[in-house]
Design a protein around this ligand. Structure first.
Ligand code: MN
Length: 306
């Protein structure tokens, strides 16, 4: 029976490219494997798939419940494809905190503290002695540059850099130049509505009984959002009200300046100020050198709420 490889809901470039490249590796090893996705492809990922002429994985909105599944780029049931039962999981390749999955039997499990799932997958190609095609190299490189924000994210390690440089060299691509091209293609400002911008790369968390939301967009310059800022703040208030959140933070990350402007709902003002020990101006604050939701924002909020 065929095994599916799938990334998290609201898939980003790492999730899609990890599913495609890992499925390809297992196919090269003679297994019956297929990459799938549980949600819409974003503009950045679409650019990558077009550039390297790779077909998007098949969309599966809900599993039937009898498939075998490998999870890539996530390991929490709350982020997994709908219809999944823990006992369907036969493998996990990821770089996030462990989120409570339990299985009946042993599974293939690989979790490393690197900046991108595709860094781990490139290593798995090497370990298995499988040649990486140009198409797969393009996907792997793009995902590493995307997830590490072109090496600027604090989650980026020397291993990510080393592997990305190898891949870029064989594709004859300049990392900085290609990275910026990639982020420009993924810029959501001009193509999406304010609400879609917030929800494009979005995660919901529950800490000590409080529900919060943290979205992130990455741009080349903060001036890009000048025109939509008021609309974003309005949409934030709307979502908070609708979902009953304690607060919602949108990280507007300037990847050239290497900092993030946090936008949030009015009522979160004193929470954000206390959590980050900063003076907050109404519904925004700029945090220098803050780029990572996973390492620099979510832990601060979870400590504060605890
Ligand atoms: Mn990732």
């Amino acid at each position: 029976m065929k095994t599916y490889v799938v990334g998290h809901q609201n898939p980003d470039t790492d999730s899609i490219c990890a599913a495609v490249t890992y499925a390809n590796l297992r196919k090269e090893l003679g297994e019956e494997v297929e990459a799938i996705r549980s949600g819409k492809i974003n503009a950045e990922t679409e650019f990558v798939l077009d550039k390297f002429e790779v077909e998007a994985p098949k969309l599966v909105k809900k599993l039937k419940g009898d498939e075998k599944v490998v999870l890539v780029d996530h390991n929490e049931m709350s982020q997994a494809i709908s219809g999944l039962d823990m006992n369907q999981i036969v493998g996990i390749v990821d770089h996030h905190r462990l989120g409570g999955i339990e299985t009946d039997g042993p599974i293939f499990f690989k979790n490393e503290t690197v900046g991108s799932t595709c860094t781990i997958i490139t290593k798995l190609y090497k370990e298995n002695g499988v040649e990486v095609s140009d198409q797969m190299a393009g996907l792997l490189l793009s995902a590493i540059l995307s997830d590490t924000v072109i090496f600027r994210s604090p989650t980026c390690t020397d291993v990510d850099k080393e592997i990305a440089k190898e891949l870029a060299k064989r594709l004859d691509l300049d990392i900085e130049k290609y990275g910026i091209e990639l982020f420009k293609a993924g810029s959501v400002i001009s193509t999406l509505s304010p609400r879609e911008i917030i929800e494009n790369d979005y995660k919901e968390y529950e800490f000590a009984g409080d529900l919060i939301g943290v979205g992130q967009i990455e741009i080349m310059s903060l001036s890009e959002i000048d025109e939509v800022k008021e609309d974003l703040l309005e949409a934030i208030e709307e979502i908070v009200e609708e979902k009953g959140y304690k607060f919602l933070v949108l990280m507007v990350t300037d990847i050239i300046a290497e900092g993030s402007l946090l936008l949030f709902n009015n009522e979160a003002n004193s929470d954000i100020s206390q959590a980050f020990s900063v003076d907050v101006k109404e519904t925004e604050v700029y945090l220098d050198a803050v780029l990572s939701r996973k390492k620099q924002v979510v832990p601060v909020l979870s400590d504060y709420l605890a």
